[in-house]
Design a protein around this ligand. Sequence first.
Ligand SMILES: Nc1nc2c(ncn2[C@@H]2O[C@H](COP(=O)(O)OP(=O)(O)OP(=O)(O)O)[C@@H](O)[C@H]2O)c(=O)[nH]1
Ligand SMILES: [Mg+2]
Length: 403
Amino acid sequence: MLEKKDITLEKVVLVGIITQDQDEEQSKEYLDELEFLTYTAGGDVVKRFTQKMTMPNPKTFIGTGKMEEVMHYVKEHDVGTVIFDDELSPAQERNISKILNCKILDRTNLILDIFAQRAQTSYARTQVELAQCEYLLPRLKGMWTHLERQKGGIGMRGPGETEIETDRRIVRDKIALLKAKIKTIDKQMSVQRGNRGKMVRVALVGYTNVGKSTLMNVISKSEVFAENKLFATLDTTVRKVVIGNLPFLVSDTVGFIRKLPTQLVESFKSTLDEVREADLLLHVVDISHSNFEEHIESVNQILDEIDSKDKPTIMVFNKIDAYEPEPYDSDDLIEERTTSNYSIEEWKKTWMSRIGDNALFISALNKENMDEFRKRVYQEVREIHVTRFPYNHFLYPDVEDIS
Ligand SMILES: Nc1nc2c(ncn2[C@@H]2O[C@H](COP(=O)(O)OP(=O)(O)OP(=O)(O)O)[C@@H](O)[C@H]2O)c(=O)[nH]1
Ligand SMILES: [Mg+2]
């Protein structure tokens, strides 16, 4: 059912709004991320439109005048897809689609599409398909029916294509079927997880593209796929890692993102079981990203949603090699110095100082500070390990003595 094919770059226009709780700078960062998502999905952003408004227009999301501007641009430049940064209601989507006469997607849609492209195993594909069906269900009526659906491309993968004209009931049946299929696989997976015995389980979590898979490869000498695109990893990989004689399991799993569609969190619940059942979380952060604090916040929110926010956690600030504070002119009396001008040393004195030795600063790419990382993880894992196997405590030396 899911299509997986390479598509040529299609022309895309992005639309976002600037509101009271989302100022211009934030809006720009969100659109930057949306552009990265679009690129990951195989699109080429040719223009962005933003509008300041107190609240979105219930009919067309942005105002009528702005919409006309977008319409002219789309016509003139032969744009195939317009992507909105926020979730559109089914009615908004219909209205806008009529005015612009091209494919209309929102952030959720785009993320679902990327997941559909990237799902490798039958399990991941089933989960994505379920999320797509759940997203589609309330939107079935009259969605894009006036458009040619044969074109394919971004947002056209998945159940929408064939079932659009048919009954909602068919989609509902399909949802039931997919859920049953997932349940069966879940059972097998939970048995597998059970077979791993009492070994300590560590999970890498974090925003997408922060370097989780790269770190996994460094510590486990495995070959997990890592690349500079969002959601490179969808399926969970579990590897045995040994530090100073002490074996434990590390899992690398799907990255999180701001406004991760709830349908996806729902259907990826079992993938996320790996996180839920972990003894220790390594929360990886890309400190070179200007928005990393917000990323931490989004990740914490999702951890909360899957009941995992109170687990022992080590914060791993990665990509220190790429961190560059914005230059600050100390003679400048107007512009105040902000956190964007901080060096890493200064950052360490902020809220980060409160996490104490549960904050590590590394570069997985250049293997910087990996010794410190290994030692800290060893210490933590050992502490959990000896509670389970008290009789072989002596096997594991103090952290100072491991090589
Ligand atoms: N400069 C720098 N780049 C890094 C570092 N670690 C990872 N990267 C790069 O960041 C990009 C993303 O790395 P991944 O390991 O795929 O990130 P991920 O967190 O697994 O991403 P998803 O699976 O997509 O969620 C790749 O291009 C890596 O080469 C680092 O320490 N420094
Ligand atoms: Mg990855």
